[in-house]
Design a protein around this ligand. Structure first.
Ligand SMILES: Cc1ncc(COP(=O)(O)O)c(C=O)c1O
Length: 508
């Protein structure tokens, strides 16, 4: 069935399928027509303003009675999906955008969402399909190989267990009952002290909101600060989970190129609709560059002039091996437009699930309220033990030792790559963090190479997966967070034949 559809000044047709089941155990025909038209509207195939053919034409096309079509259209009109105006016919209602905001997204960059195919996806909402699809393609598939959190092996478990046992024994009712959604005050204050001192963040404990992860911070920020259809921006290449979190909230995500100074603010400024940009200034994920001061100032100026938000993900700057640490972007912000995010899941252990946001005072209550609504609060016991861990100096001691260990791992990785793959590979910046990028020739299939590399002792992810656009950049993200110098040397040597084979493929 072809339906006229206005686009810009002109008109174009859209083909939509309405397939009616005429068997004995069928739903009434008017219900079938109603449901299928509603599905086309929800999926964004029939957009607001699209004019439907007359009831008579529809009835003839579908080979049903006019009464059947009228009943379906009447139901869609009552429910607000259609508007019927005298002289103007039947059109998809403009208010559909607000009623089913994800339809707008489904019609834009998410049009590639797979159609529902049998249970259970058939029972998901449009937003549900978006969440499920992004959760699988952008996050779950990457879990296998993408360089992730640090290894808990070096973590001082004895000290942690002692603190945990003490709080379980002596902490009383406060450890067991519901906690404040903002987080436990002692931990919020300890975090404020820590980020003020080590990262130059300007805040006090009242601006700290405890969340379970960076991912939750991104999720809450996108839902609190963006409406479905609003523009958001990420770095290109970027942290895929951040992009997925923004898209899951219905944002239309723009990808802004990164060069040796970080995100290209001039390119960002060409997108008028962007209301929030997610960046990793201290250690760009994945490339590893540090955002220059000039870019930081330009980015802040852009945000101030556009009244836009900057989300600064400072995920691993604790592990800096050379040079002085670069202070957080948030410390330069004079207009309260930066939301600073840090996580303990990466620097301590991944199963902890405690991260934090430092937000301008006006946003503290909305974030806590949204947290309360979505999942309540983090475990008061774990938060209190973490506060004890920080106050008792255990974190500072662990960090010194962990930094030394990871530096050795990093050195082993850089040296093994130079030895084993040096003629075909170029190592990117590696002063900070728990991973580095190895750039490989443009023609290789890095996804295939990364798959073959799983299980060789080094965390491996394909660089090209971090780009949204079809990019010629190829390479591997190699993580040394869960390794030892010896396992890294073995892993890089074991991968050498696969790297060589991948490089040789087109040269033959
Ligand atoms: C760029 C980036 N941000 C944040 C995180 C930590 O995420 P979370 O706190 O959600 O576990 C990671 C983990 O690998 C990361 O790579």
């Amino acid at each position: 069935m072809s339906i006229a559809h206005r686009r810009g000044g002109g008109r174009s047709g859209v083909e939509i399928r309405v397939v009616l089941d005429t068997g004995t155990a069928r739903l009434p025909l008017h219900v079938q027509v109603y449901r299928q038209l509603r599905e086309h509207i929800l999926r964004g195939a029939l957009r607001p303003g699209t004019r439907l053919p007359s009831a008579r034409t529809l009835a003839a096309d579908l080979r049903v009675s006019r009464n059947t079509v009228e009943a379906a259209l009447a139901q869609l009109t009552v429910e607000g999906f259609l508007e019927r105006r005298v002289g103007a016919g039947t059109v998809v209602a403009g208010s559909v955008r607000e009623v089913v905001p994800f339809a707008a997204v489904a019609g834009d960059e998410s049009s590639a969402l797979p159609a529902p195919s049998g249970p259970p996806s058939a029972s998901l909402s449009v937003r549900g399909r978006l969440l499920a699809t992004l959760g699988i393609t952008e996050i779950e598939e990457d879990r296998v190989s993408t360089p992730g959190a640090s290894d808990a092996r070096g973590f001082p478990s004895d000290a942690w267990q002692r603190l945990l046992a003490r709080r379980a024994r002596d902490g009383g009712y406060a450890m067991l009952r519901a906690s404040d959604a903002f987080g436990v005050r002692a931990l919020r204050d300890a975090i404020a002290d820590y980020v003020r001192l080590t990262r130059g963040v300007r805040c006090d404990g009242s601006q700290v909101v405890i969340v379970s992860s960076t991912q939750q911070a991104i999720d809450l920020a996108s839902r609190l600060l963006l409406d479905p259809g609003d523009g958001a921006a990420v770095e290109e290449p970027c942290y895929p989970s951040a992009r997925a979190g923004l898209r899951a909230a219905g944002a239309v995500v723009h990808h802004i190129p990164v060069d040796a100074d970080g995100i290209q603010v001039e390119a960002l400024a060409t997108h008028d609709t962007v209301r929030l940009v997610y960046v990793t200034p201290s250690h760009q994920y994945p490339l590893g560059v540090t955002m220059s001061l000039a870019r930081r100032l330009a980015l802040l100026q852009w945000a101030q002039s556009r009244r836009a938000w900057i989300m600064e993900d400072d995920y691993d700057s604790e592990f800096r091996y050379a040079g002085r640490p670069i202070a957080a972007l948030q410390g330069l912000d004079t207009h309260g437009c930066v939301l600073y995010v840090g996580t303990w899941n990466k620097v301590l252990f991944n199963g902890l699930r405690v991260a934090y946001l430092v937000v301008p005072p006006a946003l503290v209550e909305p974030f806590a309220a949204a947290r309360r609504l979505t999942d309540g609060f983090s475990s008061p016991m774990l938060q209190t033990v973490l506060a004890d861990f920080l106050a008792g100096g255990h974190f500072a001691a662990y960090l010194r030792q962990a930094r030394a260990h990871f530096e050795q791992c990093r050195d082993a990785l850089v040296q093994s790559i130079a030895r084993e793959w040096g003629d075909v590979a170029r190592v990117g910046p590696h002063d900070t963090g728990l991973h580095l990028v190895v750039h490989l020739p443009d023609h290789i299939d890095d996804v295939r190479l990364a798959r073959r590399a799983v299980g060789h002792g080094v965390g491996v992810g394909p660089l090209s997966r971090h780009y949204a656009a079809a990019s010629s950049a190829r390479g591997l993200l190699l993580s040394y967070g869960g390794a030892t110098p010896a396992s890294i040397e073995r892993g890089v040597a074991a991968l050498a034949p696969h790297v060589r084979e991948a490089v040789a493929v087109r040269r033959r």
